[in-house]
Design a protein around this ligand. Structure first.
Ligand SMILES: Nc1ncnc2c1ncn2[C@@H]1O[C@H](COP(=O)(O)OP(=O)(O)OP(=O)(O)O)[C@@H](O)[C@H]1O
Ligand SMILES: [Mg+2]
Length: 234
């Protein structure tokens, strides 16, 4: 019997992952600005909602109003009661109100985890997105402390059986890449003056995977991966 996999919401990516993500684990989507990290994370969130799962999406840079304006254009309705969207962006009015959500999420990993744990124990989410993690990292100055908190976070998510997607803007290899269970990279190249987009899985613990760089596009249906082709750079 094959093990249970859960869909990323993008068919081509599920194929590259040999059926989908292994549940209860933490994955990283990394890529330069505008490569589609938020869109891909939203596919994953909505795939959960479509299955009747509870999903928590924490946005740390893009305000909720923007997501509510942009995401329906890609076919994502953010109105489902099982979809909880938390705005943890450092907006002016949030600062003025000293909103506890911003305090807990963006002011450090430990506070963020505390809030997430409380939310999860009472509401039992099955999927979590933190977009982007970069904001949280910037608030933790000590690298060793960050590593410790990050590992604790991974363990907690595993214990709570929550499949988690984190997005990251970091271009170079970072500590998170070693600690998470899987890494998906979104890349943008210039080929003959044109922009080409490529998706690659660089790590997927516990499974074999398609390690080719596959072309993808962003359309009115969101991210579409072409698994029949390999993106070649020359
Ligand atoms: N309907 C559409 N058709 C084609 N492209 C689209 C469509 N809707 C959005 N896009 C493009 O998708 C791209 C990816 O957006 P997204 O916000 O997911 O990227 P991101 O990696 O999260 O960016 P950032 O680093 O700024 O957070 C945008 O550059 C946008 O132009
Ligand atoms: Mg984004």
């Amino acid at each position: 019997m094959s093990e249970i996999r859960i869909s990323t919401g993008v068919q081509g990516l599920d194929t590259m992952l040999q059926g989908g993500l292994i549940p209860g684990r933490v994955y990283l989507i990394k890529g330069a600005p505008g490569t589609g990290k938020t869109t891909l994370a939203m596919h994953f969130a909505m795939a959960g909602v479509a299955r009747g799962e509870k999903v928590l999406y924490v946005t740390l840079e893009e305000p909720v109003e923007n997501l509510k304006q942009d995401m329906p254009k890609l076919g994502f309705s953010l109105e489902d009661p099982n979809f909880v969207l938390i705005d943890a962006t450092p907006a002016t009015d949030t600062y003025v109100l000293m909103d506890s959500m911003f305090e807990s999420f963006a002011k450090g990993f430990d506070k963020m985890m505390e809030t997430i744990k409380t939310q999860f124990i009472s509401l039992r989410f099955q999927r979590l997105v933190i977009d982007p993690l970069t904001m949280v990292k910037l608030t933790t100055r000590d690298e060793i402390e960050y590593r410790r908190l990050f590992l604790e976070f991974i363990k907690t998510m595993h214990r709570l059986r929550v499949t988690t997607i984190l997005t990251s803007e970091m271009e170079k290899c970072d500590v998170e890449e070693y600690l998470v269970h899987g890494v998906i990279e979104l890349r943008r190249f210039e080929v003959n003056g044109r922009v080409a987009r490529g998706i690659r899985i660089t790590k997927f613990r516990g499974s074999s995977f398609d390690d080719a760089l596959r072309p993808y596009t962003i359309t009115s249906e969101g991210v579409v991966v072409n698994t029949d082709e390999i993106l070649r750079m020359f």
